[in-house]
Each structure stands twice: as C-alpha cells, then as structure tokens.
Design a protein around this ligand. Structure first.
Ligand code: ADP
Length: 633
C-alpha cells in the first residue's frame, strides 16, 4: 500500500497548533506522556495474553526503551506492548477522543493569558501530541500484537499526517521525535542528553511498573556497546512504606492513572492486613471532568493482583457516586483472570468497596474539619455527585449528610450543614425548610420565600438536579422533617401562636365563598384554591401538595422518557393583598360575577409566571394584562 496523506480533524489541528506554540511552560513532561502510553500498552498486552491463550506473543521481557541520538537530534521511546493496527493509528492518533475538546478549545481561546491556558491544558492532557512541544516532526512505527504487518505514522504537526504499511516492524510501538534545537531559556532542554533523560524519568515515571531502559552511547570506535541501564525503581508506591514516598511521587502516579495533568486535591492510603490483604491508593481530583454526568464516563480504579494490573477501570471497587475517585487497589488473593461479572459478585471485592467508601467519606470529613478552602473546592466540584449516594447508599447516608453542605439564606457565601441549620433553628420551628430551583437567584425571588424572608426563617437553597430527589428519599434529619417551602401547607405564624391561629380561622370564613368560586372557574387548572400564609408581597402563588411531584421532577422524568401524569397544583392567595381583598369584596357584592372571571385567571397566570412557569394560554394572558393596563391609564 502506498503512503497515504490524511488531514487532522479540525480540533486535533487546533490542539497541535497549541502544542507547537506551546503555552505549557514545563516541556519535560512530554516524556512522561510517552512513557505513560508505553506503560499502558505493556499492561494491555499482558492482560490480552492472560485472557487469550491463542495470542501468539512473547511477553518474557516487556519493557520500555529510550534511545537518543545527538547527531541526528532524535529521541525514541520504544515499547514491546500491544501496538496498534492501521485503523487504530488513524483513530487514536489522528483524532482526539475527548468529547469535550471543542468546549476546551473555546475556553482556551477565551483564557488568553498563559497561566489560564496552562491550567486548561493541564485539565485535558494531550498525551501523545505533547511531543510536538519539543519536536518538529514525530514518527510512530507500530505493530499490533497478533498481526503481521505494521504501520508507520508521521507528521510535522501542521495539518496532515501520513500513514503507510510496513512489513518489518517489531511488535509494539516506537515513537521517534525529531527534536527542535535546544532553547534552555524557554525550558526546551537538550533531550538527547542521557542525564537529562535520567532525571526526567526518575522524576515523573519512577513508579512505572515496567523497566524503562536506556542504552548509553558508545564512547568510541571499537568499544563494546554498554549494558542498558534501568532508569526507574519500578517500585509500586502503594507497596512502599509511607515515609518513603514523597508527595510529588504520589502526584505523578495520580497523573498517570487519572489522566490528569494537575496534582490531586487529596491522596488517600489504605492498607488492609489479615486474611484478605490489599493496599489501596486513592486520589480525589481537584477538578471534575466535563463528562462526569454522562453515560460514557469511565469510572473505576485500577485493580492489581500482586503488582500485576488485571483490570483498568474496575467499577466494582467503588459505588457510582464516588466515580470521580481515581487510584489503584492491589489485592493479594484474587485470581489473575477474573472477569468483570465475577468481580461484581465477589465477596472480597464488596468488602473492599465498603471499606474504601468509608475511607473516602472520612477523608472528606477530615478535609472539612481541617481545611475549609480545599473542602469547598471539593464540594463545589463533586458535591452534586456525592449527593447521589443519599439515594443509592442508605448505609452511608449519615456519613454523607455529615459532609454535605448547602447554600442557605443564612449567609450569602457560606454553605451550611444540616447540623448547623438545626442548631440555628428558632424556638417553635419543627422543620428544616428548603426550596429547589435552578439558581440561588431564581429561588430567592420566588414568592414562596416571602414569608420566610419576612419572618427570618432560614431556607436551604438547593440547585442541583439531584436535590429534587434526595430530599424526598431522606425525609428527615435528627427528627426534623425536610420540608419544601413550595409544597404543602406552611403556616409560620400559627406555629405555637393561638392568636394567629384564630386570625387565620376568621380569614378563612371571610374568603370561603371566593375560594370555592375560583376553584370552579379555574376548573382543571388547579387542584385547590386556598389562602396562603407564605406570601407577604405577591398576591398569589402556586404550590404542590406535600406528596406530589414538583414541576422540575415532572419534567426530569419526562426527559428520561417516563410517562407521568400532569400534576395539578394548588393556587394560594394572599389575603392581605389589595388585589385579593378587592376581588373578595367584588365577589360578595355582585350578583353577576362573570366580570370577575378574567381577574381570577389573571391571578392564576401571575402565580404561575412568578415561579418561572408558563400560563396555559400565554396569548390570552397577555391580552388580559394589556386590557387592564389600558384601563388604568
Ligand atoms: P491518552 O493516552 O490520554 O488516551 P494519547 O493521545 O496519549 O491520549 O493516546 C491516544 C491513544 O493512542 C491511547 O489511548 C492509546 O490507545 C494509543 N496509544 C498511544 N501510544 C501508544 C503506544 N505506545 N502503544 C499503543 N497504543 C498507544
């Protein structure tokens, strides 16, 4: 087959441009990326050989080799791992798999300054492409395990790459960089220098479990080729004692397993001894990945058995609501070829999951107690995910509630725990009040909040979609009910106050006729019409019955394709509002009430609008409002 030339996908091209005019100041890390890819390829080959006896490959000396040539100014990273087929090279190297790349590039363009851009690149990590930070040409030769022929890929990083089939490629992958001239002022070092390579590997890739070898140059003609030296210690960090490992080393491991370029927020170590022995090294990232809430999100930890990686994304090790946690579990007594299905059922794996879950939650608890700022970062990034556990993991519900914080009317930028809320509850208040909505602002402006504001009763402001669901599932905290201010009957005055109770009763009698009549007029649109004690300024609002679905939940279910009946809402009127008083007056005085129907509909429409809804017939609603305005002129 002849050499074929292909265009990079647009996004890949943009990323390449970024790499070439690198905004990333530390260029040394390209080597970490290449070694990391090579290490993954070796892991994959060993796994494939374990699973498939028929695969004809030699796994006796799996390793990574680095070769430099100062004269030709090249650096080669070679592995004898799984390799790639012709198609795979096109797919994996010619395109960028990250689904959020477009978004990333947009943010990058907006970031403008170098520091912002560097942070963003760090967030995505561009792996293989980072070679173009230091090279003006990259060539990759690869042969997939089990295939006869190999593939050569080559590019100058500009707009195109070439692919060609080669007959005599060794199994695995070699990546050769044609290096740009060294430019130490811009952190572009001489990457043909053995000591530089040694230093970089030691710093960033020491924990890689495969040998990373380098063969020093022959010093002169006739001399024997020196023995290759192994640059990394290959010691699994989790198998070393705690004080032997530096933070930086942990961070490099995190970058490798987490595919993140930034250090983690927190490192968690766990050592289980006894009949079922295992070690775990977990990381809480500092930033949520953009696809955390999508189906395709790759969750799970790396599972090792006695230092041998046997599964890459082992989901069974953590519950879904901790899917952002990255890391490694190394167990002593598992079979090397367990399948995912078996793992899901395995008793030991379940024990590990329970233990890891508790450990992660207690780590967050400690973080919260000791480092408010880092805790705030954590909760901002992952709170919405962790709260899913309130639904799925009753066993740890209390532990989750202990670390959960919520926005509240108590303070603008100081979220509260339920515990703190309860401590602040005033005498006579029995319930924990909350309201769900899209944003703090929309909730604070909703009529349902009026009486709470006027009376100074604290309300939790819940804005994550999952909040709609867990509040119902959890129901109460320390014997205090969780109650939506937009659901059921709320009477802040009457709580423990007989005089106010009597006043309500009087009003009830006064308005009874109007309420019944309005319910008739509005017919199917409402479940009931009643007086409100949650309004101080607005004339009316709509609320849900205590056990009804809220409108947000209703549309959530519909979006998931479930059929749910339209829930009728309750219209509440503010008996102290002039409009409502006037309407009541007119209702009592008139024999013929047909002239009041429009006003009733207007009131209902206003209430629906106020909570962000849509009047049933917007056109008619607008016409009625316009008529009234005209008359008022
Ligand atoms: P990432 O490593 O984050 O997935 P890269 O751009 O570095 O992104 O690599 C893209 C893909 O190309 C890898 O996921 C892997 O499938 C493949 N790949 C890269 N390097 C190698 C290699 N040395 N051997 C086999 N496959 C590789």
């Amino acid at each position: 087959m002849p050499t074929e030339t292909f265009e990079f996908q647009v996004e890949a091209r943009q990323l390449l441009q970024l790499m070439i005019h690198s905004v990333y100041s530390n260029k040394d890390v390209f080597l970490r990326e290449l070694v990391s890819n090579a290490s993954d390829a070796l892991d994959k080959l060993r796994l494939a050989a374990l699973r498939d006896d028929g695969l004809d490959v030699d796994t006796s000396d799996l390793h990574i080799e680095i070769e430099t040539d100062p004269e030709a100014r090249t650096l080669t990273v070679r592995d004898n791992g799984i390799g790639m087929s012709y198609e795979e090279v096109g797919q994996l190297i010619g395109t960028i798999a990250h689904s959020g790349t477009a978004q990333f590039l947009k943010e990058l363009q907006e970031a403008k300054d170098a520091a912002g851009a560097e942070g963003l690149i760090g967030q995505f990590g561009v792996g293989f492409y980072s070679g173009f930070m230091v090279a003006d040409e990259m060539t990759l030769v690869t042969r997939r395990a089990g295939e006869d022929r190999g593939t050569r890929w080559s590019s100058r990083g500009e707009g195109t790459y070439t692919l060609e089939t080669v007959d005599d490629a060794p199994q695995g992958t070699s990546v050769t960089l044609h290096l740009k001239p060294a430019d130490p002022e811009n952190q572009l070092h001489d990457y043909t220098s053995p000591w530089k390579i040694r230093e970089i590997v030691k710093r960033y890739s020491d924990f890689i479990t495969w040998p990373v070898r380098m063969t020093p140059e022959k010093q002169g003609e006739g001399e024997e080729t020196p023995e290759p030296e192994t640059l990394n210690s290959m010691k699994a960090l989790w198998a070393r004692s705690r004080d032997e490992v530096s933070d930086e080393e942990y961070h490099e491991l995190y970058k490798h397993v987490g595919h993140d370029w930034r250090p983690p927020l927190e490192t968690v170590r766990l050592q289980a001894e006894g009949t079922f022995e295992y070690q775990a090294l977990l990381f809480l990232p500092e930033h949520a990945l953009h696809d955390l809430f999508t189906q395709g999100y790759r969750r799970g930890l790396q599972l090792y058995v006695k230092r041998v990686l046997i599964m890459d994304d082992c989901e069974a090790l953590l519950p879904p609501y901790l899917r952002f946690v990255k890391g490694v579990v190394d167990a002593q007594d598992l079979s090397l070829n367990v399948s995912r299905e078996i793992l899901q059922q395995d008793r030991h794996i379940r024990m590990i999951q329970r233990r890891l879950t508790k450990k992660v939650l207690s780590t967050v608890k400690d973080l919260k107690a000791k480092d408010a700022e880092r805790y705030a970062t954590f909760w901002r990034e992952f709170g919405a995910v962790v709260k899913e556990g309130l639904l799925g993991d009753p066993e740890n519900r209390d532990a989750i509630l202990a670390v959960a914080t919520f926005a509240s009317t108590h303070a603008e930028d100081e979220p509260t725990t339920l515990q703190q809320y309860v401590e602040r509850m005033r005498d006579g208040q029995d319930d924990i009040y909350y309201m769900t909505g899209e944003s703090r602002e929309s909730i604070e402006n909703s009529p349902h909040m009026e009486a709470f504001r006027a009376k100074g009763v604290e309300v939790l402001l819940l804005t994550d979609p999952v909040d709609e669901v867990w509040v119902d599932a959890v129901g109460e905290f320390e014997g205090k009910r969780l109650r939506s201010v937009a659901k059921g009957e709320v009477d802040l005055d009457a709580q423990g106050d007989d005089a106010a109770g009597e006043e309500r009763e009087k009003q009830g009698e006064e308005f009874a006729g109007l309420l019944g009549w309005m319910k008739e007029q509005l017919g199917d649109e409402v479940k009931d019409v009643r007086l409100s004690s949650r309004l101080t300024v607005s004339p009316a609002c709509v609320v849900s019955d205590a056990h009804d679905l809220t409108p947000a939940l209703e549309s959530m279910y519909r979006a998931m394709g479930q059929e749910v009946p339209q829930t009728k809402r309750i219209l509440e009127l503010n008996p102290d509002h002039l409009l409502v008083k006037g309407l009541n007056q007119a209702y009592k005085e008139r024999e013929d009430r047909s002239g009041l129907v429009d006003t009733a509909e207007l009131l209902h429409g206003l209430a629906v609008l106020a909570e962000g809804g849509r009047p049933k017939e917007p056109g008619k609603f607008v016409r009625l409002v316009a008529e009234r305005l005209e008359r008022a002129l």
